[in-house]
Write a protein that binds this ligand. Structure first.
Ligand code: ATP
Ligand code: MG
Length: 395
């Protein structure tokens, strides 16, 4: 019965003259999500609204599921179109609609008519009253409630007449592309995919960098990160994933620095390299999956020492989350099952038995001096290994 969707959006409505850009970004993301769906669709922007029209047969559930991945969408209203063939015909269609959508008639309703086309022979008030009467006549159990109706039956008079009353909640947030771009440090774990999702939810486009350490980390570990990027790209749009070979840097740190400081020093070099790539690719910040106290390298002392190498802002959207809360989100967005696959990452292999939990910046910097003479070249070489994989939910 439904052949279209009215897409509702909240926050972007208030953005004044940016509104146009926001709606454009939203329409683009909607089209991207619809590419994953069976069927052909048309996305139209008119008068502060976005409509998705099905031009062919389509799978209703699949389409709704995919529209729910578009940030900026606050609600998805399935719409029935009726040709304007007189009030009699409209009344019949309205009765049919109520009968099909609400099999249980023990409900209250209110008709809310809107005329986008002013030459319609009845005023909005008249449409409300007349269609209300038609419904009451057809279904004796149904009652009117103008203040708090169970069902708000919207009837919009345009070229055609649009009928809708259901609103499926969208993910909220802002459309990706409306708030610049940031570089996600994406590992194979549970946290960083969630972190990327959360920042993208605020409209930020995402690029990603993954540090791998062959032969200590396998191709399957790398593939797992590509798979995670692909899952995240359902929400974010295509992701440029930079894969950096980090082995030589890790070995140098392992050789020349105290083992209990290995992780923290390694994290500092990851951040430095990520920042270099970020600046080259117009990213305005870095994103990590860190959360206070989760592991030794995420005490606030450790975070401060890691942060010290960065000049770009570092966004840590999970900073105050418990692991269980992060797991819940990863399950909801569909990354959890992939994240828990058992492939090692470079942090787990070079990890010390007793890593420092309260690193002192001066001490760390002194020990990093052991890398003088080799580290600049190693960083340069690592940057040259940059392999860019374009990851998209379309491929
Ligand atoms: P995650 O679940 O995201 O792997 P984690 O709890 O394992 O996080 P750490 O391993 O300490 O935490 O990493 C902290 C953050 O550093 C990660 O969330 C991620 O943003 C980044 N990171 C860690 N390892 C890598 C890597 N190999 N490549 C890219 N980023 C990484
Ligand atoms: Mg990890």
């Amino acid at each position: 019965m439904f052949t279209a969707f009215l897409i509702k959006y909240a926050e972007i409505g208030i953005k004044g003259k940016n509104r146009h850009l926001f709606e454009e970004a939203l329409a683009k993301q909607i089209k991207y999500a619809l590419k994953r769906c069976e069927g052909e669709f048309k996305v139209t922007r008119t008068q502060g609204r976005i409509y998705v029209d099905a031009l062919s047969d389509f799978d209703y559930d699949e389409t709704v599921e995919n529209l729910k991945t578009v940030f900026g969408v606050s609600g998805i209203c399935p719409v029935k179109y009726v040709e304007d063939e007189g009030f009699e015909k409209l009344s019949e269609e309205i009765v049919k609609y109520m009968d099909e959508v609400y099999p249980d008639k023990n409900i209250t309703f209110k008709v809310n008519a809107r005329r986008a086309r002013k030459n319609y022979p009845k005023s909005s008030m008249e449409i409300n009253a007349d269609l209300g009467g038609v419904i009451l006549d057809a279904f004796p159990e149904i009652r009117v409630d103008v203040h708090k109706p169970d069902v708000m039956l919207n009837v919009e008079i345009r070229e055609k007449i649009y009928i809708y009353s259901e609103e499926i909640p969208g993910p909220g947030g802002m459309p990706v592309g409306s708030n610049g771009k940031a570089m996600l440090l994406l590992s194979g774990g549970i946290d960083s995919p969630v972190a990327g999702y959360m920042v993208a939810k605020r409209g930020v486009k995402i690029d990603a960098v993954y540090f791998h350490a062959p032969p200590y980390t396998s191709d399957r570990a790398k593939q797992k990160v590509v798979d995670l990027a692909k899952l995240v790209s359902r929400y974010t749009g295509p992701i440029y994933l930079h894969v950096i070979n980090f082995t030589d840097i890790q070995l140098a740190i392992y050789e020349k620095c105290p083992h209990e400081e290995l992780t923290i020093i390694m994290r500092r070099y990851m951040m430095k390299i990520a920042e270099t790539i970020a600046k080259e690719t117009e990213c305005l910040g870095l994103i990590t999956g860190e959360s206070i106290g989760q592991v030794a390298s995420q005490t606030i002392q450790s975070l401060a020492v890691t942060n010290e190498v960065c000049t770009l802002p570092v966004f840590r959207p999970l900073i105050g989350f418990d692991k269980m809360e992060i797991v819940d989100i990863s399950e909801k967005i569909g990354t959890y099952e992939t994240s828990i696959l058992p492939y090692e990452d470079c942090c787990t292999i070079f990890v010390a038995k007793h890593p420092v939990t309260k690193p002192n910046l001066n001490v760390i910097k002194r020990h990093e001096k052991n890398l003088d003479g080799v580290i600049d070249e190693l960083m340069q070489k690592a940057l040259e290994t940059d392999e860019v994989i374009i990851v998209s939910s379309e491929n």
